[in-house]
Write a protein that binds this ligand. Structure first.
Ligand code: LLP
Length: 433
C-alpha cells in the first residue's frame, strides 16, 4: 500500500489502482488521464452514512460536496449510496439533474445565486437552499411567493472559527465573503427576517469552517458556537431550529507526512461532543447534516502522465516534464499543495531521485511539485500523481488550449470511461469564426 489502500505495486513492479495495472491503463486510455477507484468512493460514502446515522441520529444525512469532483456519474453513485448532495452553481445542478439525482436531497449553496440560478433551482424542485445573505433571502422570498410555494432553507452562518489558527483567533473568519456573522449581530438579523419572510421556511443553519482539517477540535468549537446561537434563537425568537449543517472539511492524506484519519471515529467524537452541548444549552438535538467533499473522493484517484523529458541543470535542479500540468491539476500552482508521485512502470525501484515535476504550459509556475523524491525517469515512462480525486478534474481548465483529460473509473477489475477526453473540436465548439 502506498499512502492509501487502493495504490499498490504488482509483481511487474507497476503501480496499481484498485488492483489494475496503471501502465496498462495508460496504454489503453492514453495520458494524461484521471483514474478513479469507484469502490473507494462508495466505501467512503458508506462510512459517512453509517457513522452519521449511528452516532448522530437515524435521520442524519451526509451530503457529497460535489464541487470536489463533478460529472454526471458521480451524482449517480451518490444517489445509489443514499447520500444528499451540495451543489454550488447552475452547472452543478444541471449535471445532477442529468444524472437523475433526487432534487429534494440537493442543498443549493453559493454566496451569489443569480436570479436565473434561483429560478432554475426552484423549477427543478431543489429541496433546500442554503441562503447566504439578505439580498438572496429577499430574492428567493419574492420568487417563492410569486410561485405560491414555500421554499425550505438553511441560513449560512459564520461562527468565527479559523480552523488553521484555532482558538487564537476566535473571530477569525468573520470577514469571510460567506454567510452572516454571529458576533456582528447580522446572523440574528437574518434569522429574524427569514422567520417572517413570505414563501420561506427556515429549517436550520449551516456553517463551514474550512478544508483539509485533521482535528475534530475546530468542528467542536464551531458546533459549540452554533448550538449556543440556536439556543439564543429559541430565546429571542421563540423559534426552534431543527437542522444544523456542519459543512465539510475533514482532511485527506496526500503524502507520508500527513496524518491518517479515521472518519468514523472523527464523526463519533463530534457527535458525542455536540450532544453534550445541546443538552447543556437546553435545546433539542438538531438533525445533523455533514458536507464532505475531499474526504469522499480525493483518495480514490490518481492522474497518469507520460514523461516527455528529463532535464538536469547541473548544480541546480532536475526537471521531469509531463504531458499535463496546471490545467489538469492547479493545486500546486495555487496552494503549493504537496503530492506523492511515482514512475508507474518503475514503481518498485528506489525513489531516490530528486526532481521538480513540470507541466507543459508556457509558464514557469506550471509545476506539480518541487524537489520530490521519485524513481529515476526517462522519456516515455508513465508518471503517476496520487490522491488527485478531489479538486483536480473539477478545477481543470483549457489553459494553453490543452484538452481536459478523461475520467476513467475502475471497479472490480474493469475500467470504463466516465468522462471522455476532450477533443480540439470540443474546445473550439463555441468559437465563432
Ligand atoms: N461545504 C461547503 C460550503 C464548502 O464550501 C466546501 C468546500 C465543502 C462543503 C467541502 O469541503 P471539503 O470536505 O472538500 O474540504 N479548491 C480547494 C478547496 C476549496 C474548498 C471549498 N469549499 C482545494 O483544492 O484545496
Amino acid at each position: 500500500m502506498i499512502i492509501h489502500e487502493t495504490f499498490n505495486i504488482n509483481d511487474k513492479g507497476h503501480l496499481t489502482i484498485g488492483g489494475m495495472d496503471t501502465v496498462e491503463l495508460a496504454e489503453k486510455f492514453g495520458t494524461p488521464a484521471y483514474i478513479l477507484d469507484e469502490n473507494v468512493i462508495r466505501n467512503n460514502c458508506r462510512t459517512y452514512l453509517k457513522a452519521a446515522t449511528e452516532h448522530f441520529s437515524e435521520d442524519a444525512l451526509p451530503l457529497y460536496a460535489s464541487k470536489a469532483l463533478c460529472f454526471a456519474g458521480i451524482y449517480k453513485i451518490a444517489a445509489e449510496e443514499g447520500m444528499g448532495v451540495d451543489c454550488v452553481s447552475g452547472g452543478e445542478l444541471y449535471t445532477a439533474r442529468l444524472a437523475g439525482f433526487p432534487a429534494e436531497k440537493i442543498y443549493f449553496h453559493g454566496n451569489n445565486k443569480t436570479d436565473r440560478d434561483i429560478k432554475d433551482a426552484m423549477d427543478m424542485g431543489v429541496g433546500t437552499f442554503v441562503v447566504d445573505n439578505l439580498d438572496e433571502l429577499e430574492a428567493l422570498s419574492g420568487e417563492a411567493s410569486a410561485r405560491g410555494v414555500v421554499q425550505r432553507i438553511l441560513l449560512r452562518i459564520t461562527p468565527g472559527i479559523d480552523p488553521h489558527t484555532h482558538r487564537a483567533v476566535v473571530t477569525g473568519n468573520v470577514d469571510s465573503k460567506f454567510g452572516s456573522a454571529i458576533v456582528t449581530g447580522q446572523a440574528m438579523e437574518i434569522v429574524k427576517k427569514a422567520i417572517s419572510a413570505k414563501g420561506i421556511r427556515l429549517a436550520g443553519l449551516h456553517c463551514h469552517i474550512g478544508s483539509q482539517i485533521f482535528d475534530v477540535e475546530p468542528f467542536a468549537e464551531a458546533a459549540d458556537i452554533m448550538i449556543r446561537f440556536i439556543a439564543d434563537t429559541k430565546k429571542e425568537c421563540s423559534y426552534e431550529i431543527e437542522e444544523l449543517n456542519l459543512g465539510g472539511g475533514l482532511g485527506v492524506r496526500y503524502t507520508e507526512d500527513d496524518p491518517t484519519i479515521d472518519y468514523s471515529s472523527a464523526i463519533k467524537n463530534m457527535a458525542d461532543i455536540i450532544k453534550t452541548y445541546a443538552l447543556s444549552n437546553g435545546i433539542k438535538m438538531p438533525r445533523i447534516i455533514l458536507e464532505p467533499g475531499r474526504s469522499l473522493v480525493a483518495a480514490s484517484g490518481l492522474t497518469l502522465y507520460t514523461v516527455g523529458s528529463v532535464k538536469e541543470i547541473t548544480g541546480f535542479k532536475n526537471y521531469i516534464s509531463v504531458d499535463g500540468g496546471m490545467p489538469d491539476n492547479p493545486r500546486y500552482a495555487l496552494y503549493q499543495s504537496r503530492y506523492t508521485a511515482l514512475i508507474a512502470n518503475r514503481a518498485s525501484e528506489p525513489a531516490d531521485y530528486k526532481a521538480t515535476i513540470a507541466g507543459r504550459c508556457c509558464e514557469s509556475g506550471d509545476l506539480l511539485g518541487e524537489d520530490m523524491l521519485i524513481q529515476k525517469a526517462k522519456r516515455g515512462d508513465t508518471l503517476a500523481v496520487l490522491v488527485t480525486g478531489a479538486y483536480n478534474y473539477s478545477m481543470a481548465s483549457n489553459y494553453n488550449r490543452l484538452p481536459r483529460p478523461p475520467v476513467i473509473m475502475v471497479k472490480d477489475g474493469e475500467a470504463r470511461v466516465a468522462v471522455k477526453r476532450e477533443t480540439y473540436e470540443d474546445i473550439t465548439a463555441n468559437d465563432v469564426i
